[in-house]
Design a protein around this ligand. Structure first.
Ligand SMILES: O=S(=O)(CCO)c1ccc(-c2ccc(C3CCCC3)c([C@@H]3C[C@@H]3c3ccccn3)c2)cc1
Length: 240
């Protein structure tokens, strides 16, 4: 089978991002500051600027009852659900289907005053990995989104600012089998979610504005997305 020109990049970036996501906030160096907490959700960021632009890396950890890593990644990756949970989207389309587990998206995000409107082109890859702590446990699932170029969407349309991002959603399913040997139900499962993201906002925007947008939008996004997966999954068979 002829390899797509992105196949090698996808494999390298996914491996690198999964390794990073697996590092706790303690391990991958100091500098992670907790900026939002809500129940089991903890959001950390590192203050980082590139050419005077805020690109603060973000790492969120969350544990959600009643859903699996496969379900979380399925609803995050699949385009048909995106408008249901991504509230900052004005337009989204699949530019290219590289394979059933690798898509290229174009997204136009709603303008977040006072920043100008942003758009992004990224490849998105979904993969499951053997659980190296528990060989016969459920697999780890991940989705990695990485900005990419595409001839149909040159980044210089003038109206909008092109952003660059790397996102890794890493999910580990935890099963607590019922004592009496009953079949596993949604009360016996939970999902440990790690969400890492670095967004380069493209054109300049005031650091204070961007940090306020991140502080407000990321916790909202993760809570809304996980609530969506719970609601979509609750009356369906468990996807391990
Ligand atoms: O995880 S994903 O791949 C899910 C697929 O959609 C993803 C997440 C976030 C973004 C994103 C794009 C633009 C902007 C800003 C930058 C300056 C002005 C707009 C933001 C800011 C951080 C705030 C934000 C955070 C979370 C959700 C939406 N908004 C985020 C894009 C994709």
């Amino acid at each position: 089978m002829v390899q797509h020109h992105l196949t090698a990049e996808v494999d390298a970036v996914v491996k690198q991002q999964v390794a990073m996501a697996r590092l706790g906030v303690g391990e991958c160096g100091t500098g992670w500051q907790l900026f939002a907490e809500d129940g089991e959700m903890r959001m950390y960021r590192r203050e980082q600027e590139v050419d005077g632009m805020v690109v603060d890396p973000l790492k969120a950890v969350h544990t959600v009852k009643g859903i699996t890593g496969h379900e979380v990644c399925h609803y995050f990756f699949s385009p048909q659900y995106r408008y249901d949970w991504e509230t900052t989207l004005e337009h989204m389309n699949v530019v290219e289907t590289i394979s059933e587990d690798t898509l290229v998206f174009y997204q136009l995000h709603k303008r977040i005053w006072p920043a100008s409107q942003r758009d992004v082109v990224f490849w998105s890859h979904i993969r499951h990995l053997p659980n190296d702590q528990d060989r016969d446990g459920p697999h780890i699932w991940t989705v990695v989104n990485q900005s990419t170029e595409h001839p149909e969407y040159p980044g210089c349309s003038g109206k909008t600012v092109r952003i660059y991002l790397t996102v890794c959603l890493l999910c580990q399913t935890i099963v607590n089998p019922p004592k009496d040997g009953a079949p596993i139900s949604r009360n016996d499962i939970s999902c440990k979610i790690t969400y890492c993201s670095v967004v380069n906002p493209g054109g300049w925007a005031p650091a204070s504005v961007l940090r306020a947008v991140y502080k407000r939008e990321y916790p909202k996004f993760l809570k809304r997305f996980t609530a969506y997966v719970i609601n979509q999954s609750k009356n369906k068979p468990i996807m391990f």
